[in-house]
Ligand binder design. Sequence first.
Ligand code: HGY
Ligand code: MN
Ligand code: MN
Length: 398
Amino acid sequence: MRTNPGRFLSDLHELRQFGAAGVGKGVVRPAYSEADIAARVWLAQRFKEAGLTPHYDPMGTLFGLADGPSILLGSHSDSQPEGGWLDGALGVVAALEIARASKNAGGPAVSVVSFQDEEGRFGVTTGSTVWSGQLALEDADKLTDRDGMTLAEARSAMQPLLGAFVDPSRFTGFLEMHIEQGPWLDEAGESVGVVTDIVGIRDMRITYVGEQNHAGTTPMHLRRDAFQALGTFNAEINERFRNVVTPQTVWTIGHVKLYPDAHSIVPGKATFSMQWRDGDSARLGRMEEIIREVAEAVARERGLTVSFGQMLGLEPVRMDASLRAALEASAEEHADGAWRSMPSGALHDATNVSKHMPVAMLFVPSINGISHAFEEDTDEADLIKGLEVLAGAVARLG
Ligand code: HGY
Ligand code: MN
Ligand code: MN
């Protein structure tokens, strides 16, 4: 199977233009934004030129469908609020290039997908969570982004393009190529990572409500300050987690909104995101117990109320052994001595797709391990090496 690296790279750079942030190679292409929809329309055209049938499902996930049974390759093309040019996009464009190469080589049939809202503007890998049947569309439509817009409202911008759900049974398996988004391959000077398993995640919003008051005249001991409650909560969970977590466990408060968010007003309300990840479901559950326990204890002690939003999550998932073996054999052939097997600390649509078919993933290095930032980048030689390894694995599966 002969891929065309030049065409692959020029497609990647063309996709980068949709939502180009004007800072390095960064992109701002959140799900359902103008840039995201324009990028999907462009991808649909490229799928058509490659002999695939473009099809949007009700969430706005875009498929490029081969006739009959096929192996599915792809990822996502939406980005974080400040994203890199390769997170997700690499897997979609690599899939497109391999679909072309495989067609020219007489098979195997390859379909392509760009899942919607993998970056979770509204939830957690929302498009593939709905597609895989783990969340009903009408429930997903009620999810809101950090500014309070509902998914239903955002999705309506794509209404004229949307069609029915694609039946997962037409696909024999799923392969996703992605940047590592961590430091290990780059640090070791290796080119390829064959993923062994993907961590699980829990994510929810927590809200403290105290009392808004004057920042000058309200004595500290009389305050019911929502930010102070958040600060105490954060310090206490860090303490309580110490004998529960491992060096691979991560937890993040990435979004905080204070009300009314003014220098001279004691914040009466704080809403924040609480996200944690680990390879062990039991440990994720234990951390949830601690989070709820500490959040309520701080509320009691400080005279505030605390409420918990809907908790979203995915379980850890192991990659399929035979798909992994094809990737490892191809890595051995094309990246001999410069590849490793490794877990994924980042989430991927492959977790949801694994509900319906065997899945496996391939990583290429992230320079300085940076991702979810405009500085995200990968050497072109490593992008091409990853494409070769993926093509070799698909040829083996044919
Ligand atoms: O957060 C993640 O792991 C993914 O990049 N959305
Ligand atoms: Mn991604
Ligand atoms: Mn991401």
